[in-house]
Design a protein around this ligand. Structure first.
Ligand SMILES: Cc1cc2nc3c(=O)[nH]c(=O)nc-3n(C[C@H](O)[C@H](O)[C@H](O)COP(=O)(O)OP(=O)(O)OC[C@H]3O[C@@H](n4cnc5c(N)ncnc54)[C@H](O)[C@@H]3O)c2cc1C
Length: 241
């Protein structure tokens, strides 16, 4: 796990929590927004002000997923998804239908306030409460899963949240976060994707391709024609500008 990322005129140096050191000309930073917001990785020197502001401006959506495994299909024939207005969770879908298996796994998703409501409960209680909404929706009070799991990412040190959201006034924050810094640091991850594609796998994928092409362009064109500045003061001046 990266603990510190030093960057400057001579390249980048990542130091991990167990003391290993990795050196490179450039680094692509794909840390999730939650990790950036929590300052879990120390940048030295600090990231430019505009990036810090963008990190602060973007918010994190809470999300929780619940999984219930039944020993036989429980959704009515032809139904693969349920939306239960007003319930928590209100979205359910079968993750197994159409896969030729006898059992059925239902997955449900809650986000925002609904996720926080469930996360405030002890895990077992949250699962029982969600199961109750399913029982009521299907009119089957006896329904009992053979396995039930709850997953969330709020406390996972590698994520610290589910995915990014742009609050009012933060419409430009993602493009600011995506900008390379001095040809040394490049940025990717769902939070750096366009507003339309952020918080998705395709957004994260496209941002990775964008960052890779920026690195290649920098190495093949800019670096060759205009070598890196070796003046550390110019780095600091850039940081202040
Ligand atoms: C419940 C839920 C449902 C979703 N549903 C969908 C969906 O239906 N469709 C869709 O398109 N998207 C969905 N998404 C969003 C999608 O999963 C994300 O947008 C995408 O996976 C983000 O990819 P990423 O590369 O930005 O981040 P990640 O995949 O989180 O990659 C970040 C990486 O950084 C690593 N890392 C973190 N800290 C450190 C550190 N200190 N040192 C070294 N490495 C570190 C992590 O281990 C991780 O590998 C969903 C997300 C959630 C939570």
């Amino acid at each position: 796990m990266v603990d510190t990322l030093e960057w400057g005129v001579s390249g980048v140096r990542a130091t991990t929590t167990d003391g290993r050191v990795y050196r490179a000309d450039q680094a692509v930073v794909t840390l999730p927004l939650g990790v950036l917001k929590a300052g879990r990785v120390r940048f030295s020197p600090e990231l430019p002000e505009e990036k810090l502001l963008a990190i602060a401006q973007l918010g994190i959506t809470d999300a929780v997923k619940l999984f219930f495994q039944f020993d036989q299909p429980i959704l009515p024939e032809g139904i693969v998804e349920l939306y239960v207005p007003g319930a928590n969770p209100d979205e359910w879908w079968s993750s197994t239908r159409g896969h030729g298996v006898e059992l059925e796994i239902l997955t449900s998703l809650a986000t925002g306030d609904k996720a926080r409501e469930l996360l405030a409960l002890p895990r077992e209680k949250a699962l029982r409460s969600a199961l109750e909404t399913l029982r009521q929706a299907l009119g089957r009070p006896e329904l009992t899963p053979i396995k039930a799991r709850l997953a969330h990412w709020r406390d996972d040190p590698y994520i610290l949240g589910a995915y990014s959201k742009a609050s009012v006034g933060a419409s430009k924050a993602r493009s600011v976060l995506a900008k390379p810094v001095l040809g040394r640091l490049f940025f990717a991850g769902e939070h750096t994707a366009s507003n339309a594609w952020a918080a998705t796998v395709h957004g994260a994928y496209a941002s990775g391709r964008r960052a890779a092409s920026e690195v290649l362009r920098w190495r093949s064109e800019v670096h060759v024609q205009r070598p890196y500045s070796t003046d550390y003061d110019s780095v600091q001046a850039f940081m202040r500008s």
